[in-house]
Design a protein around this ligand. Sequence first.
Ligand code: P6P
Length: 316
Amino acid sequence: MIQRRITLRDFIDLEDKLIATGTGEFKDVVMRIVESCLEIAGELEMAELSTNMGESHSTNIFGEVQKKLDIFSNDRLVKNLSESTAVYSIASEEMDTTDFVNKQQGRYTVFFDPIDGSSNLASHISLGTLFSIFSKEDKILLPGNQQLAAGYMYYSNTIEFVYTSRIGKVNIFTLDQSSGEFILTHKNIRMPSIGKIYSINEGRELLFSKSLQNYLKMLKEHTYKLRYVGSMAADIHRTLMEGGIFLYPSDKENPNGKLRLLFEVNPVAMIVENAGGLARVGTENPLDITPESTDQRVPVVLGSKREVEYFLNMMM
Ligand code: P6P
């Protein structure tokens, strides 16, 4: 019997009833994020033929030079979400301040990293748009455990919407280019509890602690594979699908690592934990950390449950 294909629209209808108000406002927020990501995907595909490649003449709040596509992507998300009566406020890795959209009716606060890994744009490596949805909040320094829903759009040889919510399951929807609909292709995906793949920027190994160097040596002695893309969405997606361990640790130059708690770690940590993996900052679950600033970086390890447990036993 041919299984009826479940579309993201239908799926989010039910989520709206189960974790939100059932009035369609939550669904409106999610579908506007999806619509924005489709516009971003189109621009990524055509970037070499448009004027949107290369660097802009501006920097973000962290002093990083913005790519033109960072700005394009941010603009699409801001425009589409700002037209929703359901959105109370938005915050982005690419913006200096929180935008209040609809203080009267808005019910949801949305954080996003419009294009994570944009330093890889010229080489057309797989990238992602990361997002978190909270019930409306005036604060921005929100712990990840308050996320109603989170995930990422993954721009690779397929376009996949990786989504999780308070219900605690991870579902992946793949874009059917012929219909323009996202179709449920991986229901309640579970991360393998073991995976002989480790993912870390070993170019920084001389800056790592001795204990971390010993841990990496141990993995090599057990012929673990090294896979490191340098685009978090790609490294996380592979870890989600195949298992393994991803690390962006502290080192002598970056005592807090590189990844931002608010815009990068929180959405992927919710995905990893809800898929049966583990995410840790030291021995803490990053989702339990209340950020001290929007730019707070945290040294993070995440991946297969048994792999992270072994890492913690060796390191802590
Ligand atoms: P490095 C991309 O710039 C990013 O923020 C993440 O997507 C990625 O995991 C990390 O930085 C890569 O950093 O220092 O290895 O280039």
